[in-house]
Design a protein around this ligand. Sequence first.
Ligand SMILES: [Zn+2]
Length: 235
Amino acid sequence: MWITLLLPGCKFFSEAERSAPIIVFTFDDQHLSTYENAFPIMQEFGYRGTNFVNTNAPNLGLPTVMTWAQITELELVYGWETGGHTLNHEALNQLDLGVALANIKQDHQNLSDHGLNPRSFALPRGQCPIQLYTMLTQLYQNIRGSSDFAMHHPLNRKALGYLAFQSDWSADIVKRRIQRGILSQEALIIIGFHRFDVDDDEYGNSCPSPTLREILQYTHDLQLKVLPLAEAVSQ
Ligand SMILES: [Zn+2]
């Protein structure tokens, strides 16, 4: 996509046209607040996201976890992407190799069994022994790690970074990250969220709904392309 951008606080690009990064919003760990709080805001802007699901979790009937009906609705009705994230959020470097292999295959199978089309995988805690990595890359087209770095063309779809939102952040931190990506002509920026509007924020990664809306308004105002991960890396 070729667009002309005027960034707040920045001078107008000297070149009239530049390619802009595609923005991906990912939502990890099947939190109900993603469905109840974030999904409606994504809808306001016509955006679709990527859900990374631990596929044993929806079977547990926990009140803060999305149901399979909600997970499948997001993909099959609204065109979101659903990706693998292990059965129970295991750190893969802490499992025996055979156990880890079976875990990843079963997680992928669980998504397929629900009529979903898993193409992307997010490494829990960013950890992956090299012996597993080969199998992962055969099963999935796209692998997301857990650290943020600049991603330029040509993209390495098997080693993607992301910026994980932290609960003490303002929207400005994410906006500045996006500004930086535009100025340095990054191809892709992945912004990751976990939970929304929780009172007991023991993990330090809850995002207030107004902050999410402010971030989405920003990408909307800049006319950035926002896509699920598998579509973004295929552009
Ligand atoms: Zn996770």
